[in-house]
Design a protein around this ligand. Structure first.
Ligand code: NAP
Length: 320
């Protein structure tokens, strides 16, 4: 089968033909690009809105092997990029907007270009979930945040609330104590979901307090966030809680809207087999977009590498 039809590459509205197109530039996407580049497939990586994905907005990564002292998330993202580029990957600051996987080569439109791709690796990751309560949308950037690393600085010597009881809430809450005088974790149950190390660190932090069995019903204030309306889920008791800000870490939603009806999915995540193959031969998925379970930098990287190895083999098989 012919997989490399003549195609133009001029960025002027005509399609650019590539052997491997990687959608997303987090650990999964950039690891796929590294492996694809080393297989001489000259992958093009579409960064999406954030180069490096979620790791790029993580203050410090302590559990990626090879860095015993930990390293900054942005730094790790940049190292991934440099390593992929060293072998010929091209990282393009652009975002995929539409895909057509109905025939090969696959078509992917972006804000700035159109690609014809022999293989596609989807690594679009996930975005933070919202509480969907009154005031949440209204006060984004005025006291409501989903990223401690990005916004913690604005809460120097202030008091903030963190919502959630998982690893993200504990890690980011602990980080926020660098700036804030007090961080109050409001969790809907009476035990945390977070792993032991992060839990212990948060519990022992003198600037952190915990409010259990409680949900936030409303976010309110004048110009910025001033207070929250809380409700105890066991007693039904309602109370007002004054705060300067609220950081919400209640999990993530996979970024799969673009693939709705085009690939098999389960609970919003792209379904892949152990070879990272989606329901469309030649289209692979890796990282949090296809992984509701592990969601670590190392597991996403591993999935990205596996997807690229398999994509390389799949391309070879098409030429037999
Ligand atoms: P998560 O583990 O899914 O935890 C979400 C937390 O938010 C849970 O405590 C949950 O409560 C709570 N929650 C969910 N929906 C809620 C709602 N509508 N209202 C109030 N609370 C709500 O998410 P995550 O903390 O973002 O972690 C995601 C994954 O990344 C995990 O696999 C985690 O291990 C990993 N991660 C690892 C690290 C690290 O290793 N350093 C750091 C960050 C994240 P319940 O407990 O009651 O369900």
């Amino acid at each position: 089968m012919e997989l490399n039809p003549e195609a133009s590459s001029n960025g002027s509205g005509e399609s650019q033909h590539v052997k491997m197109l990687v959608i997303g530039s987090g650990p999964a996407g950039l690891s796929a690009a590294l492996y694809g580049a080393r297989a001489e497939l000259e992958p093009v990586v579409l960064t999406g809105m954030t180069l490096g994905g979620q790791v790029a907005i993580t203050h410090i990564v302590e559990n990626y092997p090879g860095f015993p002292e930990g390293l900054g998330g942005p730094e790790l993202g940049d190292l991934f990029k440099q390593q992929a580029e060293r072998f010929g990957a091209q990282v393009v600051f652009d975002t995929a907007t539409e895909v057509d996987f109905s025939e090969r080569p696959f078509k992917v439109k972006t804000y700035g270009n159109q690609y014809l791709a022999d293989t596609v690796i989807i690594a679009t990751g996930a975005t933070p979930k919202h509480l969907n309560i009154p005031g949440e949308e209204e006060y984004v950037g005025k006291g409501v945040s989903y990223c401690g690393t990005c916004d913690g600085f604005f809460f120097k010597d202030k008091e903030v609330v963190v919502v959630g009881g998982g690893d993200s809430a504990m890690e980011e809450g602990t980080f926020l104590t660098r700036y804030a005088n007090k961080v109050t974790v409001v969790h809907r149950r009476d035990e945390l979901r977070a792993g032991a190390i992060l839990e212990k660190r948060a519990m022992e932090n003198p600037k952190m307090e915990f409010v259990w069995d409680t949900q936030v019903n409303t976010i309110a204030g004048e110009d910025d966030v001033d207070y929250l309306e809380l409700e105890n889920r066991k007693t039904g008791e309602k109370s007002r809680f004054d705060t300067d800000g609220i950081f919400i870490f209640i999990g993530h939603k996979p970024n799969t809207e673009m693939f709705d009806g085009k690939l098999d999915m389960e609970e919003g995540y792209i379904t892949v087999n152990k070879y990272m193959e989606t329901s469309t031969p030649g289209v692979f998925a890796a990282g949090e977009v296809a992984d509701p379970h592990f969601r670590q930098v190392i597991t996403s990287s591993g999935m990205g590498a596996a997807a690229a190895i398999q994509a390389t083999r799949w391309l070879e098989d098409q030429q037999d």
